[in-house]
Design a protein around this ligand. Structure first.
Ligand SMILES: NC(=O)c1ccc[n+]([C@@H]2O[C@H](COP(=O)([O-])OP(=O)(O)OC[C@H]3O[C@@H](n4cnc5c(N)ncnc54)[C@H](OP(=O)(O)O)[C@@H]3O)[C@@H](O)[C@H]2O)c1
Length: 287
């Protein structure tokens, strides 16, 4: 198996390339330095020349708030860019794994969303990722769409890093308590995606770490495990207005994943613990 991973300079792409490498799979990671997703001809040329069996498309325009002001760029990368990748995959008969998001859902109610539930993105980024999903479904049969949320990994900025930085200067923090979802550790997800790539169990899946929490609960668990004495007070989203609307309900059901025979990701608290260890080794290597 020969694999191409887009977004190698990001959180998920980085861990996916490492995971394939560890398994002895021939893998190439690419970023915008290799080609821009917005350049259809460049995407096609690269993919045809490398001729992978699987394209794991993890690259995206991920600046959710900025996207409200940069709608055109966000759409060009996430919707059209994904269409270019899907088209190239169709032409060479490659499987495609497209990474999508909880933001394709409206975020109402309290029940976990099933993969086929009605969509209704509330922000530009969510709309662009949904258009990406639709392009994949329109152009390909051999595809996996994998929706994830609240991502953290070693190769980038994320909520855990922000909380640990704030803990250096704060003994008390207010954190949003009325948005409920699940964190996703890119190292855990990479294991699942590498398993998936080797199968033909095509379809739409949700794949986050197990369990649900609010951002406030997420922060409190990070401080507890990191041994930082910070008091977290949950507040409503209205206390932290953002340009892009965030869904209150980001719960996603992983039933389809289990039914297809894939191993669900470990619980999110367990993932936090292992990520903190990874951060410690990063710090030791930098020292
Ligand atoms: N972060 C989250 O909380 C979250 C939640 C749900 C879903 N997701 C999805 O998960 C995937 C991975 O997210 P992540 O957090 O790992 O992303 P990330 O760290 O923000 O990295 C984004 C990657 O996309 C590449 N990229 C951006 N624009 C590009 C362009 N025009 N052409 C080529 N490459 C381009 C970047 O390359 P350069 O470095 O060269 O710019 C980078 O490698 C994305 O599909 C995202 O939509 C993320």
């Amino acid at each position: 198996m020969k694999v191409l991973v887009t977004g190698v300079t990001g959180q998920l792409g980085h861990d996916c390339v490492n995971e394939f490498r560890c398994r002895g799979v021939e893998v190439q990671g690419v970023s915008s330095k290799d080609f821009s997703l917005t350049d259809g001809a460049a995407v096609e040329k690269y993919i045809k020349e490398y001729a992978p069996d699987v394209v794991l498309h993890g690259a995206a325009y991920t600046a959710v708030d900025k996207a409200e002001d940069e709608q055109e760029t966000c759409m060009a990368v996430n919707a059209e860019g994904t269409r270019h990748i899907a088209k190239a995959c169709a032409e060479i008969g490659a499987k495609m794994i497209y990474i999508s998001t909880d933001y394709v859902f409206p975020g109402d109610g309290e029940e976990p969303y099933e993969p086929a539930d009605s969509k209704g993105p509330q922000n530009v980024y969510g709309k662009s990722k949904l258009l990406g999903e639709q392009a994949v479904q329109e152009l390909l049969q051999k595809y996996f769409i994998v929706r994830i949320s609240w991502v953290f990994g070693i190769n980038g900025k994320n909520f855990i890093r922000t909380m640990l930085t704030l803990a250096k200067t704060h003994k008390e923090l207010t954190v949003v308590g009325d948005q409920i979802g699940s964190p996703t550790y890119t190292r855990d997800l990479a294991v699942l995606l590498a398993d998936m790539a080797a199968t033909e169990k095509y379809g739409v899946y949700h794949a986050t770490n197990e369990g649900f929490c609010s951002w406030a609960e997420f922060a409190a668990e990070v401080f507890r495990q990191a041994g930082r004495e910070v008091t977290v007070t949950p507040v409503d989203s209205s206390a932290y207005p953002t340009k892009a609307v965030r869904p209150k309900n980001s719960r996603m059901s992983k039933a389809a994943l289990v039914e297809a025979g894939f191993k669900p990701l470990p619980r999110w608290q367990d993932a936090v613990g292992r990520y903190l260890i990874e951060l410690q080794s990063e710090a030791a290597n930098l020292a």
